[in-house]
Design a protein around this ligand. Sequence first.
Ligand SMILES: [Zn+2]
Length: 72
Amino acid sequence: MRAEYGDGGPAAGVKLWHMVRGTEAVAMCGRELGGDAPVREASDWGKTAELCCHTCGAYYLRETPYLATEHP
Ligand SMILES: [Zn+2]
């Protein structure tokens, strides 16, 4: 997963987390993210203080349905 900065760039802090494949800079929802934006492990999805992109979440859970069963 890779961060999207808020308005104002890195100084504004992380606004939203998107899911990306590998180290790509384009999120599953199609949004282009900064190549220098922070990244986190996919297993951190839903556990961050910041919000996660709903569209990316839908794609991600559809591709990895086993994860859905881990969370009651
Ligand atoms: Zn997204």
